[in-house]
Design a protein around this ligand. Structure first.
Ligand code: NAP
Length: 257
């Protein structure tokens, strides 16, 4: 049997939200290295320009787009701009997200609105807008929602965040069921703790070090350790997968009992 390049992304276009830092920046680099043209979306366009320059310098294709996922008109305008520049994306990595740590008694209305508005409503808005364009164009597509192990387990002080990711898990399943007939697959990655700007201060603290000790692999992950799950879900290697979530967490969820 001949080898099949099932993880190949040549000729595909991938939209990555939250590409200005952390996991999103890494995901965009990985997709570009594996052949995809990447659209880099976030609010900090200066950072996107730098990343686009780096990807182009390495022979890839990258296109920055300003997009605030909490702004419905802005998302529509951004998706239109993407379509005009590079066509309807084949892949969406729905990665933008924020955390506003606070205990249940201290969470403010603003904390709640910001976290749910970005992680759940924002992700839904970008997924819906992208899926509509995929279906209208009659194109197959792969949507990858970035969850967290907090979609399944709980940690103190992250109620709105956990609720947003659990909500996005159910949206992943609903969208998968409804969009399968249109050849649009919707899956998710649920990372455990991976070192990025979002959590760098926390993991330098005593509480963060204590958390690290509770992870069976006794360390936090590196963004590159999500590449296998990303490339699987973005490519034809997962052609019969939809509605699935891949947990990548050093065994953290398995250790919760
Ligand atoms: N790092 C981890 O350990 C970990 C674990 C599980 C899940 N996750 C998830 O992974 C995703 C990326 O997290 P990260 O660790 O890479 O965090 P990060 O370094 O803080 O990056 C977050 C990204 O989200 C973007 N973003 C925030 N609000 C936005 C908005 N309103 N519109 C558009 N983009 C927005 C930011 O871009 P701008 O500020 O430029 O807009 C930034 O690029 C998040 O969904 C997070 O929940 C992370």
């Amino acid at each position: 049997m001949p080898r099949r390049p099932i993880f190949e992304l040549n000729g595909r276009t991938a939209l990555v939200t939250g590409a200005s830092s952390g996991l999103g920046r890494h995901f965009a680099r990985t997709l570009a290295v594996h052949g995809a043209s990447v659209v880099l979306a976030a609010r900090r366009v200066d950072r996107l320009e730098v990343l686009a320059g780096e990807i182009r310098g390495n022979g890839g294709t990258a296109h920055p787009v300003r997009m605030d996922v909490t702004d419905a008109h802005g998302v529509e305008a951004g998706l239109d701009a993407v379509q005009e520049a590079l066509g309807v994306p084949d892949i969406l990595v729905n990665n933008s997200g924020i955390a506003r740590p606070a205990s249940t008694l201290d969470v403010t209305e603003d904390d709640w609105a910001e976290v749910i508005g970005t992680n759940l409503e924002g992700a839904w808005r970008v997924a819906q807008g992208t899926a509509r364009r995929m279906v209208d164009a009659g194109r197959a597509g792969a949507i990858i929602n970035v969850l967290s192990i907090l979609a399944f387990g709980v940690a103190g002080g992250l109620g709105p965040y956990a609720a947003s990711k659990a909500g996005l898990l159910q949206l992943t399943r609903t969208m998968a069921m409804e969009l399968a007939r249109h050849r649009v697959r919707v899956n998710a990655i649920a990372p455990g703790y991976v070192l990025t700007e979002m959590n760098r201060d926390y993991f330098a603290s005593d509480a963060g070090k204590a958390t690290t000790k509770r992870i069976p692999q006794r360390r936090i992950g590196d963004p590159s350790e999500l590449d296998g799950a990303l490339l699987l879900l973005a490519s034809d290697a997962s052609s019969y997968m939809t509605g699935s979530t891949i947990v990548v967490d050093g065994g953290h969820l398995a250790s919760s009992l």
